[in-house]
Ligand binder design. Structure first.
Ligand code: NDP
Ligand code: AKG
Ligand code: MG
Length: 419
């Protein structure tokens, strides 16, 4: 496997962190991965908008120096390497990066490069804000009631867990280990000889750092509640553990007190003096609650797989998997990789067709994370105006009355016009 040689832009400088605070120079080097499928179209559109927003907000006094790093199909085709060490090292060294979607085959082949990157950099919080932009077509009656931020645990759970493929020596060894050490539990496996196995690790430490980040976000952003979403009635020691450790942390570290005998509790936001309610919901019921009573939910803290399902469902509820952004963040080390919620949408690859809003708004989150608030605000305002002008990509145009369909690149032009 070859390693690409990366040449950092000569005029750029590194983002650093000291005492938990990012130090962002006016000329930061930011690594980017273009992505597979629709990734190249989306990135080409996004980088123009991000550069234009920064230029507009700071009159040329600040500029991002982009460093292309490789992963996925492009990397495999050029270097025979799906995820070069140099890519992981660059994301580590430069602290903040952004990526397009990467393909993961189903049922075999390489494991997810996206998950691998999150695990290697220990990016424990997958942060996915879901809000409605006025005018975006939605399948629900009042999408304006949806304003939630998902904090999805990003390094544990079966989603990032250990699997044994049916029929392999490993699966047989694992079954034998269970049979010998846990005979009662082994007996409950319905078809042990033809089973694949998955292990779902969920730890107290992993839960606590995620819930801590979610509560801190609620405090910093004046939010009303944090809901712990789990399937703890069935998976008592993993999903149930998540709920119990989450409540305990809220009480121990944030001074939350039980409401009416618990388990719900409430804490005073030290910045505003207002109450923040910590509550929980079982995942299946929560999926119907967000459709029927979305206004009752605000910040959501959940495990990896639940968070994956919830992210797409909530994005669709506001009409916009095409504009659903995200960031994978370690709040202690400062490492962060921003990326869309959606995948590579391969049927649209190379057609200059899909909505680039997802990566542009992931870039907006990145700018805000860097403290470049003015550029981030400019992107949100431009998004509002571009959607109001009804010149939108196919996904919105097909559901919007009186819309003009524009290409991916043309939607970027529209945004730049409105900056
Ligand atoms: N973080 C990452 O890199 C992720 C990677 N993946 C990977 O992506 C691949 C494809 O996954 P798949 O299940 O098809 O899910 P995708 O999210 O790629 O696509 C599903 C559907 O979502 C809509 N969509 C996706 N992106 C956009 C966009 N930018 N603008 C408008 N609509 C969009 C399209 O809907 P319609 O057909 O209605 O037009 C598309 O067919 C898989 O290999 C998967 O593993 C998946 C998720 C995240
Ligand atoms: O890694 C993948 O292929 C899928 C990732 C995904 O769906 C997500 O993180 O939301
Ligand atoms: Mg997903």
């Amino acid at each position: 496997m070859a390693e690409p040689t990366l040449t950092p832009p000569a005029d750029g400088a590194k983002i650093t962190i000291a005492d938990g605070v990012l130090n962002v120079p006016a000329n930061p080097i930011i690594p980017f991965i273009e992505g597979d499928g629709t990734g190249p179209d989306i990135w080409a559109a996004s980088v123009r908008v991000l550069d234009a927003a920064v230029a507009k907000a700071y009159g040329g006094a600040r500029k991002i120096h982009w460093l292309e790093v490789y992963a996925g199909e492009k990397s495999f085709n050029e270097f025979g390497n799906w995820l070069p060490d140099a890519t992981v090292a660059a994301c580590r060294d430069y602290l903040v990066s952004i990526k397009g979607p990467l393909t993961t085959p189903v049922g075999g082949g390489i494991r997810s490069l996206n998950v691998a990157l999150r695990q290697m950099l220990d990016l424990y919080a997958c942060v996915r804000p879901v809000r409605w932009f006025k005018g975006v077509p939605s399948p629900v009656r009042d999408p304006s009631k949806v304003d939630m931020t998902i904090y999805r645990e990003n390094t544990e759970d079966i989603y990032a867990g250990i699997e044994f493929q049916e029929g392999t020596d490993d699966a047989r060894k694992f079954a034998a280990l269970l049979k010998e050490n846990f005979p009662d539990r082994y007996k409950k496996i319905r078809f042990p000889d033809t089973a694949g196995f998955g292990i779902k690790p969920v730890s107290k430490e992993g839960t606590e750092r995620l819930v801590r980040a979610a509560i801190q976000y609620a405090i910093d952003n004046d939010r009303k509640s944090v809901t712990l979403v789990h399937k703890g009635n069935i998976m008592k020691f993993t999903e149930g553990g998540f709920r119990d450790w989450g409540y305990a942390l809220a009480q121990r570290e944030f001074g939350a007190v039980e409401l009416d005998g618990g388990p719900w509790c409430t804490l005073k936001n030290p910045k505003t003096g207002k109450d923040i309610v910590i509550k929980d919901a079982i995942a299946d019921a929560f999926l119907q609650q967000i459709l029927l009573r979305p206004a009752e939910y605000d910040v959501v803290a959940t495990l990896n797989l639940n968070g994956d399902y919830l992210s797409d469902a909530l994005a669709a509820q506001v009409g916009g998997i095409g504009i659903a952004p995200g960031g994978n963040i370690n709040y202690v080390t400062g490492h962060a990789v921003f990326e869309a919620t959606h995948g590579t949408a391969p049927k649209y690859a190379g057609l200059d067709k899909v909505n680039p809003g997802s990566v542009i708004l992931s870039g907006e989150m990145m700018l805000r994370y860097m403290g470049w608030t003015e550029a981030a605000d400019a992107i949100i305002a431009a998004m509002d105006q571009a959607i109001a002008s009804k010149k939108v990509t196919y996904d919105f145009a097909r559901l919007m009355d009186g819309a003009t369909e524009v290409k991916c690149s043309e939607f970027a032009d529209e945004l730049i016009k409105h900056l």
